[in-house]
Design a binder for this molecule. Sequence first.
Ligand code: DC
Length: 230
Amino acid sequence: MQAPIIAIDGPAGAGKTSAARALAERLGFLLLDTGAIYRAVALVAREAGVPWTDEAGLGQIACGLEIAFEPAPTGQRVLVAGRDRTADIRTPEISEGASQVSARPAVRDALLELQRRLGRAARVGLVVEGRDVGSVVFPAATLKVFLTASPEARAERRHQELLGRGLPSDLPATLHEIRKRDERDSTREAAPLRVADRAVVLDTSGMPFATVVAALEALYHKESGSADRG
Ligand code: DC
């Protein structure tokens, strides 16, 4: 029997990564952060001197990408070609690069099978988060959620997160970046950010974190209960 899949999509800063992690922990499911994979492509390209606009070069990098996720006390460690690159893929520069490389069809095509393969490793269940995981990567997911929040709420969260990690951050600049990334992620031709069929839209603006996680868990139990009955 296929393990249940919870697919969470939504714009940057909606709280997907932390909510998906907490949900996976509560349910004992494997977590797959697909944004980390696009970030790894941007990082490898930068280090290899391949411009984020070079579709053919990026496609090759994506095809040969060696990425692995390992449990760590603070979430997951991301290993790229065997090296711990967890912090390196989270800088504002690599966020920008990931947004650019993820608009390239050659990159998306190359990463589709990789994401499905990583997902198949889930024995009990999978929580997967990204931009097109419910619409493209796992369209038959048990539960699909579109997690969103106002640009201001998302900018504030990103700002606090960067400050919390001791990185410099400027709130107006963060808001500007978020709007720019939203625009690019939702208007690109390859797998634009959109609400998948059957997806439940959850707006987390002003919602405490614990409430978001509890809402996701309740949605999952409701959905898996109706799947069992049906
Ligand atoms: O969720 P994130 O910020 O780590 O994602 C990094 C970038 O990758 C973001 O610009 C959107 C893109 N992305 C995507 O296009 N498709 C996914 N499934 C996940 C991320």
